[in-house]
Ligand binder design. Structure first.
Ligand SMILES: Cc1cc2nc3c(=O)[nH]c(=O)nc-3n(C[C@H](O)[C@H](O)[C@H](O)COP(=O)(O)OP(=O)(O)OC[C@H]3O[C@@H](n4cnc5c(N)ncnc54)[C@H](O)[C@@H]3O)c2cc1C
Length: 324
């Protein structure tokens, strides 16, 4: 028996969330006295694979076929489910990322497993009882879910569990897997990066602007701050609806959900629909001239004042600090 964790990579490098899920799965594996097996799909160097051992992966299954270089939902789900059967995995952990959201229910269906997605804490395991805390209603509430199935699939929210080193000797094993032809009903033909900008869902820091910026011509102060911090830019819905910014930047309930280490909200009121997509950010900084703005209630740090006065000063201070 084992615990299986799926580790995602981008262009051969593991994402931060991959180390989070390995650390999380290792903690579970230790608590139930099982081995931790990681599965990686795609072209990842041996050095990067072995690095997973630093976080507790005892065995690393590597799958590398030409037709699996890019993410193919059904095929990846088939391979992970096959690996779970081979390793007799009773607990399967993934990141609740864009890919993980597609994979987790498919894997659960294939294995007739119970599924908890949006997981934010370690499960409480007591004999046969297995309970896990997860987000509900777009992050506005938490639910405790009891999984009663023999096999359990958990999709962990980013930033919910810290990366923990727990070095073990890791063994790399090639795993073939045999996805069916039907699994390749849709394939990625090519990936073209739209811009050189930092990808919003993957960003560690996000600088976001709202209607308080008054118009698209004022977005330079947002971009300058983002550049100084190496951050991605985002906006509220009315901003993209008005065409001030592209829709791909709109975050919230109906936009992209982000969970960076730092989210800076500038001239955004903090409506519940906006908070639904950003509230799992680790640290939230709010800049708003209205001290009653709802965003201040969820902020870790708040600056009350005019964005046009504060943001350029903040950018200058960050640049001066970087130069010193
Ligand atoms: C079904 C539904 C889904 C929705 N989904 C989303 C979603 O996914 N994402 C989203 O963002 N919204 C969403 N909305 C809209 C949401 O309800 C709010 O209307 C929206 O978030 C408000 O955007 P805002 O804060 O930029 O603008 P406003 O509400 O107009 O707030 C502007 C803020 O800027 C401040 N301000 C003004 N001038 C300055 C200045 N010079 N310096 C500093 N601060 C200043 C003001 O005090 C104010 O707090 C949705 C709404 C509905 C009904």
């Amino acid at each position: 028996m084992s615990v299986l964790v799926f580790v995602e990579n981008i262009s051969g490098n593991f994402k931060k969330s991959a180390y989070e899920v390995v650390s999380y799965a290792k903690t579970i594996a230790k608590s139930v006295n099982k081995e931790l097996v990681a599965i990686s799909i795609g072209d990842v160097s041996e050095e990067n694979l072995l690095n997973l051992g630093k976080y507790g992966a005892n065995k690393i299954l590597t799958v590398n076929a030409d037709n699996l270089k890019s993410f193919v939902n059904q095929a990846y789900a088939s391979i992970i489910a096959q690996a779970a059967k081979q390793e007799d995995a009773k607990i399967i952990v993934l990141s609740n990322s864009f890919s993980g959201k597609g994979l987790a229910p498919r894997i659960a269906a294939k294995l007739e497993a119970g599924l908890a997605d949006g997981v934010v804490e370690l499960p409480k395991i007591d004999g046969e009882s297995f309970e896990v805390k997860k987000t509900a209603f777009s992050g506005k509430a938490f639910a405790i879910t009891a999984l009663r199935s023999d096999i359990k699939v958990l999709a962990l929210n980013a930033n919910s569990f810290e990366i923990r080193e727990d070095a073990v000797e890791a063994a790399i094993v090639n795993f073939e897997g045999s996805p069916s032809q039907e699994d390749f009903g849709a394939v990625v033909k090519d990936i073209v990066r739209a811009t050189d900008k930092i990808s919003l869902p993957e960003a560690e820091i996000v600088v976001s602007g709202g209607r308080g910026l008054k118009g698209p011509e004022n977005w330079g102060i947002i971009e300058d701050l983002a550049k100084a911090l190496g951050a991605a830019t985002a906006c509220s819905k009315p901003v993209s609806d008005a065409g001030w910014r592209p829709h791909a930047e709109h975050v919230g309930q109906t936009g992209i959900a982000v969970s960076p280490n730092l989210y800076i909200a500038i001239g955004i009121s903090g409506a519940i629909q906006h908070l639904a997509g950003v509230s799992s950010s680790k640290v939230i900084v709010v800049i708003n001239k209205d001290p009653e703005a709802p965003f201040f209630k969820v902020a870790d740090y708040g600056i009350i004042g005019d964005a046009f006065d504060i943001v350029p000063k903040l950018t200058a201070a960050i640049n001066a600090h970087k130069d010193s």
